[in-house]
Design a protein around this ligand. Structure first.
Ligand code: SF4
Length: 330
């Protein structure tokens, strides 16, 4: 729902302001997936709005459900599809949101990267994934948001920023900055721009190797923005915001799980105590890379080297909704 369009239309009907507020509140509540169901509005208005605007810009195409996550393929107005995920951590739920249809960055461990880029998502298409999950899981709330779905969020910068304002706005989705995380593959200039926003939104970098040659192979974007560029940008970020940065690290057999990789990670971190490594077991992707068999040794070595780290719990593997597994055929 493009809020401005609906607002303008209601204005043209000379409806009182409280009606607009009521409709917007209903929309963001996630209780509805169409206008007709909004029984606190006059029936004629509901039918009229329903005929003019779809409430959501995404429609469910398929929905897969596992014990700890849900994955939806969502159809967009032009027939393209994206995937979006809701993860259940027991005490809270996290929606993993896509920002692009496909992705241009072609990371070798990622199914989305094999699709190429079809287009950026609009602000509504980003927000409506959250409304969709609120509606699907009602009355459970969507508590946290991670921009780790399809696409590189920093390559859809303007729409991302607009969406963040709506997510944050107390009258709209009202999700606090500290409950939102953005993961980038390493668009160094945008990390600087992000630092300059002075926001409390969390930042994660998909590091995956601190060896320039290996990273170039795993993540082609690394040839445009080297580890040196990223280190400078991240040091600027932590200096400016005093906030922690998550360094995402998928463990891949014999590529980035070697003893020398510990030394390289330590070198990359240097004296920056705000870096935290997030170890992610590799999720299988058809024709993809092989998961490391050295996770226990690797984490022991991280520990010995005094590198702060966490091993991330993998959610949603059984329905291919885990990290790097999102892909649509259309
Ligand atoms: S890991 Fe992220 S940046 Fe890399 S191809 Fe996949 S979606 Fe794009």
């Amino acid at each position: 729902m493009n809020i401005d369009n609906v607002r303008q239309y209601l204005k043209s009907l000379s409806l009182p302001d409280f009606r607009t507020r009521q409709i917007i509140k209903n929309y963001f509540s996630g209780r509805f997936d169409n206008f007709v169901a909004m029984s606190d509005l006059p029936l004629a208005l509901r039918n009229d709005l329903d005929a003019r605007f779809p409430l959501l810009s995404v429609t469910e195409s398929t929905l897969l459900v596992s014990e700890d996550s849900k994955k939806a393929a969502l159809r967009l107005h032009d027939g393209l599809h994206i995937e979006s995920v809701l993860m259940d951590y027991g005490e809270w739920t996290t929606a993993c949101i896509s920002t692009q249809v496909g992705c241009p960055l072609a990371c070798t461990f990622c199914a989305t990267g094999k699709m190429g880029l079809k287009r950026n998502l609009t602000v509504e298409e980003i927000i409506d994934q959250i409304i969709f999950w609120k509606n699907k899981s009602f009355p459970t709330r969507v508590d946290r948001i991670v921009f780790m779905g399809m696409g590189e969020p920093f390559l859809n910068w303007d729409n991302l920023l607009e969406a963040l304002k709506i997510i944050n706005n107390k009258d709209y989705l009202n999700i606090g900055s500290r409950k939102i995380s953005i993961s980038t593959a390493g668009i160094a200039p945008k990390i600087i721009d992000f630092a300059n926003l002075n926001t409390e939104i969390n930042l994660a970098l998909s590091l995956h190797s601190a060896d320039q040659k290996v990273r170039d192979l795993l993540m082609p974007i690394s040839k445009s923005f080297s580890l040196i560029d990223l280190k400078k940008a991240l040091d600027y970020y932590t200096h400016k915001t005093n906030r922690q940065v998550m360094l995402e690290y998928i463990l891949i057999d014999q590529q980035n799980d070697r003893p020398e990789d510990i030394k390289l990670i330590k070198q990359f971190i240097g004296s920056n105590f705000l870096f935290h490594v997030n170890i992610i077991p590799l999720n299988p992707v058809k024709g993809g890379l092989i998961p490391s068999t050295r996770q226990a040794e690797f984490t022991q070595d991280l520990d010995k080297a005094g590198i702060p780290f966490t091993v991330r719990r993998s959610i949603g593997r059984s329905i291919n909704s885990a990290c790097g597994q999102l892909i649509t055929q259309i």
